[in-house]
Design a protein around this ligand. Structure first.
Ligand SMILES: NC(=O)c1ccc[n+]([C@@H]2O[C@H](COP(=O)([O-])OP(=O)(O)OC[C@H]3O[C@@H](n4cnc5c(N)ncnc54)[C@H](OP(=O)(O)O)[C@@H]3O)[C@@H](O)[C@H]2O)c1
Length: 312
């Protein structure tokens, strides 16, 4: 019988940078600070060693606290955990990039980051207000900076002991190609929405061909209903392989060659979302044949993130 890999231990090499990125990652987009600390702790206890943060989530402090407490209590070296955070849209001007990076490092209480991403390709009016709006409530964009300008400033941050790799998020193939072609340090990772209703096959092919890791968010379609968790193909396979629909979706993502982020909030969900198992080939083929197409997060159209609590 064919021997299936242990997906929980899978990691991908970072070609443009150094180290490896664990395939199964924990996302920290959790509006409540206490819930953030608890969920981060539960994720570490379940087995997650890859953490996705962002300046915009406004909870880097809580993630950092949970992480340091666990590292010290378990005697685990920092190097065993892969930590990413992201530059927010209001810090795209090159003269703001280094201080935004340092601010994240301080809040996370870290000496170095494994990965720093440009959160979206949209530049907002620079300043401390993360959600700058005009009198009509429309976002104020910043026409005075290009993505290439910001990328150059990101490149300048990469240094031993400080930052291992840089990448992009919420980007389409065309813009990725432009940055890739002109970059001195190529994007190591690209984080985008991806699930069976938005497989991003062309982007994945480009990434695979060029040694970029594609990192999927919303693998469970953000839990929205109706959505991928209730899809009949997914629930049918889940019954057949004795896994939950969430486990099937996470396994599919990893097995097709993407890293993936999930955000379980309870200890039971953390164990469920960590304990994924490889799917047989026929199940992979069935999921790949799903025809429904749906994007759940509108961020690629506007740069405005979905799912951040009001007032944050
Ligand atoms: N780059 C970007 O712009 C961007 C955008 C969005 C997210 N992200 C990153 O991606 C991470 C993952 O986000 P996500 O929202 O897609 O997380 P997710 O874990 O895929 O989906 C979260 C939703 O699924 C539900 N859920 C979680 N585990 C479940 C399970 N085992 N069974 C049934 N439902 C389950 C949750 O329900 P409960 O609420 O009941 O727990 C929640 O509604 C974020 O934390 C963030 O780091 C990045």
């Amino acid at each position: 019988m064919e021997k299936l890999p242990d997906l929980r231990q899978l990691s991908f090499p970072i070609k443009y940078g150094s180290g490896r990125i664990p395939a199964l990652g924990f996302g920290t987009l959790i509006p409540d600070p206490i819930e953030t600390t608890l969920a981060t702790k539960h994720a570490l206890e379940a087995g997650f060693r890859h953490f996705d943060c962002a300046e915009r989530y406004r909870n880097e402090r809580e993630v950092g606290e949970a992480l340091h407490q666990w590292l010290s209590e378990s005697g685990t070296p920092r190097e065993r955990v892969f930590i990413t955070t992201k530059l927010w849209n209001t810090n795209h001007r090159p003269d703001r990039v280094a201080s935004a990076f340092e601010g994240s490092l301080q809040r996370l209480k870290l000496e170095y980051l494994d990965l720093y991403l440009i959160h979206t390709p949209f530049a907002f009016q620079p300043g401390d207000n993360q959600d700058p709006r005009d009198a009509r409530g429309n976002i104020i964009y910043d026409e005075g900076v290009t993505l290439k300008d910001t990328w150059r400033a990101m490149e300048a941050l990469v240094a031993p002991g400080k930052l291992k790799a840089i990448g992009l998020s919420d980007i389409g193939l065309e813009q990725l190609r432009e940055v890739f072609d002109s970059a001195n340090i190529k994007p190591a990772v690209v984080q985008v929405e991806s699930h069976p209703y938005l497989p991003q096959t062309e982007l994945l092919e480009f990434c695979t061909k060029n040694g970029i890791v594609m990192l999927a968010f919303a693998p469970l379609g953000h839990g929205m209903k109706p959505g991928v968790l209730e899809d009949r193909v997914i629930t049918g396979i889940a019954r057949r392989v004795n896994q939950t629909p969430a486990q099937v979706l996470l396994a599919w993502a990893v097995q097709r060659g993407t890293a993936v982020l999930t955000t379980p909030k309870t200890p039971a969900r953390a164990r469920e979302n960590w304990n994924i198992a490889a799917l047989p080939e026929d199940a992979m083929a069935e999921i790949n044949a799903i025809k429904t197409r749906q994007q759940f997060n509108p961020v690629t159209a506007t740069g405005i993130p979905g799912f951040i609590a009001k007032g944050n």
